[in-house]
Design a protein around this ligand. Structure first.
Ligand SMILES: [Zn+2]
Length: 98
């Protein structure tokens, strides 16, 4: 692990609007070609949105449709599936850490 001196870049969750460390958030990106994907590297080109790895934030996002508004298109079902799987995996990891 790096020394605690480095400041992590902060990004806002599209659901709860809280600022979090970028690495703690999932990045969803819409490419210039209009394709939506998850971006674990955080480096893909395009318009990005961030989401906490939290069930509550995912639900909120699905309800609010703020991503659809931000991307000006509907999110494919498979993206929601991927997000659900990511967040379930994160919850499991957290459980195991405790
Ligand atoms: Zn959130």
């Amino acid at each position: 692990m790096a020394k605690g001196q480095r400041v992590e870049p902060q990004r806002m969750c599209a659901a709860c609007r809280e600022m979090k460390d970028k690495r703690d958030l999932l990045r969803i990106v819409r490419s210039p070609e209009g394709e939506i994907s998850l971006d674990p590297s955080g480096k893909r080109a395009g318009r990005g949105a961030y989401l906490c790895r939290k069930q509550a934030c995912l639900k909120r996002l699905q309800k609010s449709r703020s991503l659809e508004k931000a991307f000006k298109m509907k999110l494919p079902e498979e993206i929601w599936d991927l997000l659900t799987a990511e967040i379930a995996a994160a919850a499991l990891r957290e459980e195991n850490n405790e």
